[in-house]
Design a protein around this ligand. Structure first.
Ligand SMILES: Cc1cc2nc3c(=O)[nH]c(=O)nc-3n(C[C@H](O)[C@H](O)[C@H](O)COP(=O)(O)OP(=O)(O)OC[C@H]3O[C@@H](n4cnc5c(N)ncnc54)[C@H](O)[C@@H]3O)c2cc1C
Length: 432
């Protein structure tokens, strides 16, 4: 049974009696000497910026770790002083359930970014603070592939959430490639978790975050496909194509090598909303063109598809990485794509842009990630905590703006889109 996780593993992030806390200013004097020379303590959350300020954690104390040992010291210190704490790698998490107080602590892991490839064992050891760009660059140099996310900026939270990426058709979810993790537990112990560790090993692979702080993890590396060169790019469609594009993607048979990122976004040059289909094929261009023929046969207005090196693939999504601003996100897992629901969402999205101004909300977007689940579904469903292996399409709608006064409009749009998705998802239960 995997449901009875020992509660001691789960990190406490709830703040308790204020009377027992060390005043924020005292932290530097008391915790500082216990940390490595590379660590620092900053009394401002701006020291660890986040991707979205919308309902972001309120903690104002940032402890920048300098070594793996620092993590255990910080956790022990927080427990001694009854401070809530949260690990942060890149700050790209968009959950809005963090209950931290302003006097609580962000443990900034970014300095732990070493990536070591073992070409003989075909493994990659990743520091708990590394982001995808750092991992992909090192792995690619060693003529290998891993399952990585579609944006260069994302950190360890990607792995702990399951990890969806372009090569998951070939290799499964990122967690399916995990071999072990070094972890600091809620009571400040340092442990290694692997397949012999039962419940915790199960939970860390897809039950969300905060079962411990990951100081490093080891994943499988895979030999290059097609010498590390694949096929991708953008096909741009006008809005009147939304139903036919949706229908075509819904019907497409996703072979292991295939994936699509399907967007509604504002074209930076025309400042008009457009539909972007960004297909990816792990392998040769000729094979890709055959596999994506139903999409390539449609009436698009621009086509930038062609061969691309694997380490360059994510650069087209770098704009999506920008930190700051408010980005309420509403997501849903879908079995199928419903053309009428997508038309309704397109219309609502365009109306949102027109009403609030492209200059103010023009970075808002809709994104559907479409992957091959062939390998992810070949794995015993109960062997990991990840609950969404039946999902075919991951949808998210995102408001993006600076003015808090626009929150209500963005929330309304997000809730509407999610309602459209959930009522047509093909699932009986909510896979949000
Ligand atoms: C621009 C963008 C692109 C994305 N692309 C993809 C994608 O292609 N595929 C995909 O699957 N997901 C994707 N995501 C979702 C992303 O994986 C999650 O939001 C993830 O939680 C972000 O992790 P982070 O470490 O960057 O963020 P953070 O906000 O730093 O962390 C997120 C959560 O993980 C915890 N955490 C962070 N580091 C550690 C650690 N070392 N040990 C323990 N817990 C830790 C945090 O406490 C928090 O709960 C994307 C998100 C964004 C914003």
């Amino acid at each position: 049974m995997h449901l009875l996780l020992p509660t001691a593993w789960i990190l406490s992030i709830s703040a308790t009696a204020l009377a027992t806390r060390t005043p924020a200013a005292g932290i530097q004097q008391v915790l500082g000497p216990r940390l490595s020379a590379g660590a620092s303590i900053v009394l401002s959350s701006s020291a660890a910026p986040r991707w979205s300020q919308y309902q972001a954690p309120r903690a104002q104390i940032v402890v920048n770790v300098g070594s793996e040992k620092d993590v255990a010291e910080i956790v022990k210190y927080c427990n001694e002083n009854r401070l809530g704490f949260l690990a942060q790698t890149s700050g790209h998490g968009w959950a809005n359930t963090w209950k931290l107080d302003t006097g609580d602590v962000i443990i900034n892991m970014r300095a732990l970014k070493t990536v070591k490839v073992d070409k003989v064992k075909k493994t990659v050891k990743v520091g708990g603070g590394a982001i995808i760009k750092e991992i992909v660059d090192e792995v690619y140099k060693n003529q290998m592939h891993i399952v990585s996310g579609g944006c260069n900026c994302v950190g360890t939270g990607f792995m702990l959430g399951g990890g969806l990426g372009r090569l998951m058709g070939e290799y499964g979810l990122a967690i399916d490639n995990l071999l072990s993790l070094d972890l600091v537990t809620a009571d400040g112990k340092t442990i290694t978790v692997s397949s012999s560790s039962s419940d915790l090993w199960w939970a860390l692979r897809g039950a969300g975050h905060n079962f411990g702080i990951v100081t490093s993890y080891v994943i499988k590396g895979h030999p290059w496909i097609n010498n590390g060169t694949h096929w991708s790019g953008n096909l741009v469609f006008s809005g009147d194509q939304v139903e036919v594009v949706t229908k075509t993607i819904n019907k497409l048979v996703f072979q292991k090598a295939m994936s699509i990122h399907y967007y509604f976004a504002v074209d930076p040059s025309s400042q008009q909303p457009v539909i972007i289909v960004n297909p990816f094929y792990a392998g040769k261009a000729d094979d890709a063109r055959k596999a994506f023929k139903p999409i390539l046969d449609l009436q698009f207005i621009a086509d930038t598809t062609g061969p691309i090196a694997w380490d360059e693939l994510n650069s087209s999504g770098d704009f999506f990485c920008d930190k700051g601003g408010r980005k309420p996100a509403y997501s849903a897992g879908l079995k199928k794509l419903d053309p009428k629901a997508f038309k309704n969402i397109w219309d609502a999205y365009v109306q949102f842009l027109n009403k609030n101004g492209v200059d103010k909300v023009g970075r808002s977007a809709v994104l559907i990630e479409c992957y091959s689940y062939i390998t992810a579904r070949a794995i015993d469903k109960t062997s990991t905590a990840y609950p969404h292996r039946d999902v075919n399409f991951q949808a998210v709608i995102l408001g993006w703006y600076d003015d808090k006064a626009l929150d209500k409009e963005a929330e309304k749009l997000g809730k509407y889109a999610r309602e459209q998705w959930l009522s047509t998802s093909g699932f009986h239960r909510d896979h949000t």
